[in-house]
Design a protein around this ligand. Structure first.
Ligand SMILES: [Zn+2]
Length: 255
């Protein structure tokens, strides 16, 4: 299985428009972060988790010709705003499967109403999706691979993380209930969000993320959904425990 980090930034991305913050002005490509998303591929399958405003650029950068579907974590714009840009995939492949919590599907239906209307009402250039509702404690099958939804909390908003065999992807976490942590045992790789050093009411900060990694005990962990306030990639990574890494855009790992 191959995981590619398409974006590792928080909601505004790095650099932030108009910002003179030193991290936003950094020349290090690892300090440039598009909105958070990963691509997971195995055999002939290829899925993307979330579809934010940078989706088009991410697909172009990785030269992606085909995807089998999109799994959504939650409805916030930095995770969903790129949905219209599935059009090239739709034109080539037909209707695209999307997987999300019922609440997230409702939200997408409201914001992208023209995608979800009946076929006879649809504008000819609009894309088409097949909706699959994700429920907690109900695994989903992508081809022959069983994926476990993991229920986490983004302040008081429910968010899904996803476990693919010995890899799990969690973003926009602030807290995880004990029984959900059980679903994260025996991981080779855990990806988890770490926003910045200072505390935040709906995101783990660095210290909280490291504490959770310590509790879950994956073989390796990668931090994502990063704000410019966390600091320069090089400096932050050099201070991390030896099995914890700062993810960066276009990093690919094999699991
Ligand atoms: Zn987010």
């Amino acid at each position: 299985m191959k995981v590619t980090f398409l974006g590792t930034g928080t909601s505004q991305g790095i650099p932030i428009i108009g910002s003179d913050h030193p991290v936003c002005l950094s020349k290090d490509p690892k300090d440039k972060r598009l909105r958070v998303s990963v691509m997971v591929s195995w055999d002939d399958y290829c899925y993307v988790i979330d579809c934010g405003p940078d989706f088009r650029q991410q697909m172009l950068t990785q030269n992606v010709k085909r995807i089998d579907g999109i799994l959504f974590t939650h409805e916030h714009a930095d995770h969903t705003a790129g949905l219209d840009d599935i059009r090239p995939f739709y034109f080539r492949q037909g209707s695209l499967p999307i997987y999300a919590h019922k609440r997230v599907l409702r939200s997408l239906e409201k914001r992208f109403d023209y995608i979800f209307v009946e076929p006879h009402e649809r504008y000819p250039g609009a894309p088409e999706v097949d909706k699959y509702e994700v429920e907690n404690n109900k695994n989903i099958f992508l081809g022959d691979l069983e994926v476990i939804p993991v229920n986490v909390w983004h302040h008081n908003l429910q968010v899904f993380g996803y476990r693919f065999k010995r890899f799990a992807y969690l973003t926009d976490v602030k807290t995880i209930d004990e029984e959900e942590i059980e679903k994260l045992k025996d991981l080779d790789v855990l990806v988890i969000n770490a926003l910045r050093v200072e505390p935040h009411n709906s995101h783990l900060n660095l210290e909280e993320a490291l504490r959770l990694i310590d509790e879950i005990q994956p073989r390796k962990a990668y931090l994502t959904h990063i704000s410019h306030m966390l600091g320069f990639h090089k400096e932050v990574e050099s201070g991390l425990p030896e099995n914890v890494f700062l993810a960066y855009d276009n990093l690919t790992i094999e699991i």
